[in-house]
Design a protein around this ligand. Sequence first.
Ligand code: ADP
Ligand code: NA
Length: 330
Amino acid sequence: TAGTRLFSGMQPSADSLHAGNYVGALLQWRELQATHDAIFCVVDLHAITNPQDPAALRDQTRRTAAQYIAAGIDPSRSILFVQSHVPAHSQLAWVLNTITGFGEASRMTQFKDKSAKQGTDSASVGLFTYPMLMAADILLYDTAIVPVGDDQRQHVELTRTLAQRFNSRFGETFRIPETLTLEEGARIYDLQNPTAKMSKSAESDAGLVRLLDEPSRNAKKIRSAVTDTGREIVFDPAGKPGVSNLLTMLSAFTDTPIPLLENQYQGRGYGDLKKDLADAVVAVFEPIRARTLELLDDPAELDRILGAAAERAEEIANRTLARVYERIGF
Ligand code: ADP
Ligand code: NA
């Protein structure tokens, strides 16, 4: 309902968002902002838990914000800001670190996966304390609802635990947030490897449809998507992951229910489906791409939008931080 505070964010870790980010995050956010008091964050503090190139990070932060706006996040309705612009995130994260158990943090699946991949000598302590920074992001804004993918559920669970722990130790301070798990239909898979989710960290970019790529390049990738044996166009993720992924995408990009699409494509071939999907993706992405490039062409205007949003965010965040500091004896 209107007035219900929602918080969500994305790392500025690529030049362009992809179709998975669009369907799984931006599309949902755009709808949620109509009914919620929404705050969307470009989480650059989280991004530096992986080694960064400073110039690239700065550029990707602006690009990510521009893509949010171009895709329909309305900065006059929602607060769209950059995490590092609001120091309270780091400040509250520190306090939360002090009430988190070492073992508790060690059990976070994402930390275990990433540190195993990087090795304990190159993995940073920042990677370890990432969940407490995420808890700070959420708790600073008295957030009621956090829309997240499966991979972040455990972090929201920890956020709830830490908020409850702080409240019982120091008195009622934080609102306890709820997770809003996005529907399975919002998950997009790699076009060349349709059992793996579409991701910027895929080994090859052949299965990745990017918001800021040339439309012709995206259309070609879609036409070359892996399909399945047989010729029937039915939604069967286990038996026909390739075709099912194309149906999921077409459904999201044309706002048409999958059963209706299955009816429409009875007796038609994979080629038709791919062509229609390519057209649909290009029709949606082309204006978003154009608007993004326009925003990036006017750095002063983008700075003005992000600066105004940071001020609104900071006002809320600092009130929470002041409450916390008072409670803990500062
Ligand atoms: P990536 O996997 O490319 O690194 P992130 O992990 O940065 O993407 O995710 C940013 C946001 O986009 C999150 O809200 C995540 O749930 C969503 N998202 C990422 N990939 C997909 C996908 N393939 N399908 C649906 N949503 C996705
Ligand atoms: Na990721």
